[in-house]
Design a protein around this ligand. Sequence first.
Ligand SMILES: Cc1cc2nc3c(=O)[nH]c(=O)nc-3n(C[C@H](O)[C@H](O)[C@H](O)COP(=O)(O)O)c2cc1C
Length: 237
Amino acid sequence: MNGILETIVQRRAVKAFEPVEISGEVREQILDAARYAPSSFNTQPYRLYWIGTEKQRAVAAKLCMGQKPAATASALVVAVADLGSLRATSQAQVAWMRTRSEFSEAKIRDFERTAMIGRILFMPGPFGIFAAIKRLLFWLLGFWKVAGRPPLSRQDLFKWATKSTSLACENLMIAAEALGINTCPMEGFDGRRLAKFLGLSARHHEIVMVIAVGKKSRTYVAPPQWRRPLESTVTLL
Ligand SMILES: Cc1cc2nc3c(=O)[nH]c(=O)nc-3n(C[C@H](O)[C@H](O)[C@H](O)COP(=O)(O)O)c2cc1C
């Protein structure tokens, strides 16, 4: 089997880890792979918090309800959908474009304009007023034109950002597996307390998942892996 496919198939949600140190080099490779995931408009609307120190990890593990993967992991990665990063990300991309000969000034201005329109389209406005207006406009537009609908409410926005964040998480887990490190994605955590612990803002941040990272315990035996058959999962048209 192709090496990448093998890694994908081999990955399991590991529930107990050995107490091993993850080197800075491996940590960087794992985190770096995450940001190669595709993201909506390449906005990369997430931030990954790597909790590696023993003291911090113990607090975070408790906020993951003391689940065994969290309690035994060498590190915990908290993947946060981050709506507050959008402006800085497009500014950073513009700065990068200016260093590249492939992008003309007209192309850069075009990108800046699109990014600004995107931000306006995505803004829910005070008390969600813009969202209500946009919902009505897009609903009316839908009567005479094939039209997509941008995320309107803050909840829609978090849902939008969660898609890209989840893809980064999968990249992270596959990269870890390829490097001989195991993982367990978790949504069993106290989101409010964990957000407070990390100093997140309810307006801009939502925790998507926590990933326990470590070396599978020698005594841990994974249960057999079950998946729905392909024909129950896929519709061929
Ligand atoms: C979004 C998400 C949340 C999960 N939450 C937990 C969790 O809180 N605790 C846990 O032990 N496993 C959790 N898992 C792991 C799943 O139980 C596991 O992936 C699934 O049973 C399939 O097993 P496998 O990944 O080994 O094939 C979660 C997985 C995902 C994708």
